[in-house]
Design a protein around this ligand. Structure first.
Ligand SMILES: Cc1ncc(COP(=O)(O)O)c(C=O)c1O
Length: 391
């Protein structure tokens, strides 16, 4: 491997959301954090070089989009995902969650129902509820140890009047990379009931060997016309602090409304570092990503084997993609407070507690595996030792 993913980065005292809040959030500085979804790896060297060069210019004025930036995006999606994005479809946004929130505000009615599939990335609930809408929750069902969509339930929600759906593809926290047939079935329902879909594909590049991400909007022109796809290099290359993201909207009317509102909020300007980082990421980060995916797969295999051997009461769900491991810990017989106590006070690790992803996430934990294997090892040793002592 050309890149050293085993190297420990000391991220403490770097204003890190993950590493510098353990005391405040979990009660102790000694806690090993494997929760919020950023990586403990350095980004590809080309991105660092581009950012250092940009920073060294010393004058940090307003910034425009470049043709090179747009070409880097469209080139990446054509090469990696076989998806031809027309540059006209692209709008930049300062993060994906703001784009989800705007879409909810624009494409659903006050008090209207917005579909999500639980358990899911918790801001999905926030952007629906905090915009004065209602969550129409379609629980995913577990079949052969993995999540599947419940089409009958989805159809009922659409018949009941839901006109907007937030799709998480690939799925966080379950790690599913939805297959073409699954997405097509969903797409048929959305076409039948005129449901607009915001397909959050932020995890689209973190797909493990044997799986393939299918952009929802690439299924057909009709499906593309009812879809807003939220995209970013931030999970892929560990850039979430740059808040670089964009939305692809082929439907000109939807895009016009989206852009208008973005401008009304004056969120349409991008920050100084965005262009260079994103361009370097998509033009030069492919090889790094390929190696990173092999490393993540190694972490997944390691973690699953370790848990099977040392704590067989818990059942990890093997992810198709993402660097997140979703573990069914109901076998430990602990409630939410008990699981938190086990993690934070006894094991001194912080994973994400499952009920925040939905009521059907209760009893689960989500572990972020985008870190050196020695950290995964240390965290799992701490957790299993404490769990075995406590139960
Ligand atoms: C599904 C999903 N969407 C969005 C985000 C965050 O996006 P942003 O930081 O650009 O708002 C995450 C981060 O974990 C995520 O998992």
């Amino acid at each position: 491997m050309a890149y050293d993913f085993n190297r420990i980065l000391d991220r403490r005292n770097t204003h890190s959301y993950k590493w510098d809040q353990s005391e405040r959030l979990f009660g102790s500085e000694d806690i090993l954090p494997l929760w919020v979804a950023d990586m403990d790896f350095e980004s590809p060297p080309a991105i660092k070089e581009a950012l250092v060069a940009r920073a060294s210019q010393g004058s940090y004025g307003y910034t425009i989009r470049t043709e090179g930036y747009v070409n880097a995006i469209t080139g990446w999606f054509a090469r990696r995902h076989g998806w031809a994005i027309d540059p006209k479809w692209l709008t930049d946004t300062p993060g994906i969650v703001p784009a989800l929130s705007l879409a909810v505000e624009l494409f659903s009615e006050p008090n209207g129902q917005v579909i999500l599939q639980s358990p899911v990335y918790y801001p999905f609930y926030d952007v629906i509820r905090m915009n004065g809408r209602e969550t129409a929750i379609s629980p995913l069902v577990i079949n052969n140890g993995r999540y599947e969509m419940d089409y009958d339930n989805l159809e009922q929600l659409m018949q009941g009047g839901a006109k907007l759906m937030l799709l998480c593809s690939p799925h966080n926290p379950g790690g599913r990379v939805w297959e073409r047939e699954e997405l097509e079935r969903l797409g048929e329902l959305c076409l039948k009931y005129g449901v607009i879909v915001v397909s959050d594909e932020i995890h689209c590049d973190v797909v493990l060997a044997g799986h393939k991400h299918i952009p929802f909007a690439s299924l057909s022109e009709q499906i593309s016309d009812l879809t807003l796809t939220t995209l970013a290099p931030t999970k892929t290359f560990n850039l979430p602090g740059l808040q670089s993201s964009f939305v692809a909207i082929s439907n000109a009317e939807l895009k016009r409304k989206f852009d208008y509102r973005l401008k009304a909020l004056s969120l349409h300007m991008m920050h100084y570092f965005n262009i260079d980082a994103v361009t370097a990421a998509y033009n030069e980060g492919g090889e790094w990503l390929d190696e990173m995916l092999v490393y993540i797969k190694g972490n997944v295999d390691y973690a699953i084997e370790y848990l099977n051997e040392h704590l067989p009461q818990v059942k990890p769900m093997r992810p198709d993609g993402t660097y997140l491991l979703w573990i069914d810990c109901r076998g430990l017989g602990l409630d939410i407070a008990g699981l938190k106590d086990l993690m934070f006070n006894k094991a001194k690790v912080a994973f994400s507690e499952g009920s925040v992803f939905g009521t059907n996430g209760q009893g689960y934990l989500r572990v972020n595996l985008a870190c050196p294997r020695s950290i995964v090892q240390e965290a799992l040793e701490r957790f299993c030792r404490a769990a075995n002592a406590a139960t």
